[in-house]
Design a binder for this molecule. Structure first.
Ligand SMILES: [Cu+2]
Length: 183
């Protein structure tokens, strides 16, 4: 073994320590008194929708918090980067509950297409089912008077229980969360 090879050994430990320190810093930054504004957002319009990307993984949404401006029009690209089929259900808790109940009987479907399920229109929200490796794109306009807490959820099999849930954060045109007190 050369000297260089022996010296290289402590490096992974150093990198790990830095990574852990980084995680600590991120947790500290989540303190309510030091919430950082998200990057500036130019709200989408019907003529020029804003691109919003959500990646479905086994078993999480990336990002887990999606910033949306009430009244804006977005082109939502839902990318399944996982090995499993996933869905993105966008809507308040009642919508999440409705799809969870509807999909429960099909929690362990035989191999093949995902069984067709449906919920009443009033609690349908938006549901986009995406096979592994595929992308589905939908364009939607958020209500201008939107104040309801919207969630992201995947209710296929036990994905929700595994933590496949996210949330929408309503932000102003500049990207600052709505309802945040002025500094
Ligand atoms: Cu899923």
């Amino acid at each position: 073994m050369t000297v260089a090879a022996r010296r290289s050994r402590p490096l992974p430990r150093l990198v790990l320590a830095l990574a852990v320190a980084g995680v600590g810093g991120a947790v500290a930054a989540c303190d309510a008194s030091s919430v950082e504004a998200t990057p500036a957002i130019t709200p989408g319009t019907v003529a020029a929708p804003r691109e919003v990307n959500v990646i479905l993984k086994d078993y999480e949404f990336v990002p887990g918090i999606v910033d949306l401006v009430p009244g804006e029009t977005i082109t939502l690209n839902v990318v399944n980067g996982g090995l499993d089929v996933h869905e993105l259900v966008l809507g308040p808790q009642a919508v999440q509950d409705a799809w969870a109940a509807a999909e429960a009987p099909a929690a362990n479907p035989p191999p093949g297409p995902t069984p067709a399920v449906a919920v009443p229109p009033g609690v349908a929200g938006l549901r986009v089912v995406v096979p592994s490796g595929a992308t589905r794109t939908v364009t939607l306009t958020m209500p201008a008077d939107l104040t309801t807490q919207l969630l992201l959820g995947c209710h296929i099999a036990d994905h929700w229980q595994r933590g496949m849930a996210g949330a929408v954060r309503l932000v102003g045109p500049g990207g600052a969360p709505l309802g945040t007190p002025a500094p």
